[in-house]
Ligand binder design. Sequence first.
Ligand code: IMO
Ligand code: MG
Length: 465
Amino acid sequence: MTVTIVGSQFGDEGKGGIVDLYGDEADVVARYQGGDNAGHTVVEGGEEYKLSLVPSGAIRGKVGLLGNGCVVNPRTLFDEIDGLRERGLDPDIRVAERAHVILPYHRVLDGIEEDAKSEGDLEAGTTGRGIGPTYEDKAGRRGVRIGDLLDPAVLRERLEYVVPTKRALAEDVFGLDLEAAGETDSGIDVAAAFDVDALYEEFKNHGERLAEEGMTVDAGTYLAESIDAGENVMFEGAQGTSLDIDHGTYPFVTSSNPTAGGACTGTGLGPTTVGSGDVIGIVKAYLSRVGTGPMPTELGGVVGDTPGYDGTETGPEEELATKIREAGGEYGTVTGRPRRVGWLDMPVLRHAARASGFTGIVVNHVDTLGILDELRVAHSYTLDGEEQFTVPPTTERWGDCEPNYRTFDGWSASDWSAIADEGYDALPEATKAYLEYLEAELDTPVYAIGIGPGREETIVRHRPF
Ligand code: IMO
Ligand code: MG
């Protein structure tokens, strides 16, 4: 059996916690896209684990698989595995031979291109992990795959073709003096990042370790055998629908498909297999976004990310934003930078539910909104005098949309953990009205409600496995 977990908004919806909760009954947890741009937090036995690449299920002894649709930085992979081993865990991680490798030059180029774009407000505010440049090389048929690391002759051949083109890009297009550049902010030796011999030595070693530890697989075959043997497979989406390269707010997106179709192309299983189980959209009860691009329901703003916002405004919207940001801990997992926050946006969710075919949703951060007397939801938009129920295809048009808000009563609870014990009926009436509105609008049941960060602070109404 399979279950697919998909972010419905802009990432950071609390996917890690739900993968952890439902993943209890999974045997394999597979990521199908993205790389170490994700930030998934899992709390186990009072210990907090922050993972960016290793699938969350690995904390609980599941097989963690990185599918062919992922981009894998071996440095991050081994750092995370070693970190977990130091903490007494024994993660079982498999990596698709067809997955593409993030090389140091991808990270350097990610940084330079963002700098260049920032002059025209085109930067996406990437995580700087080299995600975009790696997928670019995949599509351009000049990438290095995990399987190539296992064969030194092939690795050498690939690097000898691609590295000179990367050097030319850095030097001739972006004007970088590679030998004088020193290290990037994240500690990458720039000269070595564009040096065939240095790259070959390091990545050949990564290949040897992958082989020694028996980590590489043909993902599709591995997963099909697991399913045939009666095992449960969970697909763990990273990022979210509005960051999808096809269905998101292009160009302010990531370079992969977090939507459920990605679980097919990114693992080597067909849509009938992925669609034979639940596809669950993870929804944050409000909206948050990291990086630039439009956000019609934004409250206040974040300097550097919100287009045209300079931080001098102060008013009720800024106050609300600060309140929600503080209550929800809306600061980047890795960078600590404040996330943009806004009201729940139904056009965004309708678009997500359709693009992935949600069979159920999980609504997280419901407790966070408990600090408000009244809350709002963008039920639809007005664009050129017409009411719109879903997001327009171009980002510029999306930026022109004016939200039509519906107001909901706020809720409060003195003891969320007691409610978690008692279950759905114990929720405040106003909370239930909010959740029922979501169910009706998206034509999808609410499977679970997150009312706190811990695993026990989730009301579970349906278990997909
Ligand atoms: P999880 O899995 C939120 C955003 C970046 C940037 C854009 C492109 O924790 O939900 P990239 O480095 O992917 O090329 O950056 O996507 N972004 C995320 N935002 N949560 C994430 O992951 C994200 N991964 C990437 O901020 O705007
Ligand atoms: Mg995150």
